[in-house]
Design a protein around this ligand. Sequence first.
Ligand code: HEM
Length: 138
Amino acid sequence: MLTGPNVILALKVAVGAVTVLLLLSLLALARGNYRLHGRINLAFFTLTLLALLGFEVIVRMLRPDIFDYIMANPELKQALNIHLCFAVPSAVLMPAMLYTGLTHRRTIHLTLAAIFSSLWLGTFVTGIFFLPHTEVLR
Ligand code: HEM
């Protein structure tokens, strides 16, 4: 059923899955396999983009009212806003990560990597632990 909590649950699973990929890409990096790091992150980028696009289609086109219950609840609204403070900038940085990686602009890639890692950690923690994926009782 296409409900707000179900969409949130699906996103939590998606974020968990791509985070495993990101960690694997760092493992490859630690072993000196830059090429594998790049290949895994190409998958990380593509899957994250697809999840984001699917999500946008649901909440903007199919069911624009799906998160009204969050907007009507000040605590949930704040939790969502804090989550977006991490999620939106990390999504913006992703194409830059891919570009600087593919073109071997190492210093910029590593500088962005530090910022991206903090933003992704924030996205993960605020998304998985602070957004409700069950029916919210009023
Ligand atoms: C989060 C921590 C990350 C660190 C510390 C990191 C670090 C590095 C380093 C040291 C290289 C080698 C650069 C060179 O060849 O001069 C590299 C390459 C690359 N990185 Fe990252 N990276 C990170 C995240 C990402 C992300 C999120 C993406 C994509 C969304 C990405 C995509 C790539 C690509 C495509 C390459 C080129 C691989 C190749 O040579 O075939 N990286 N990264």
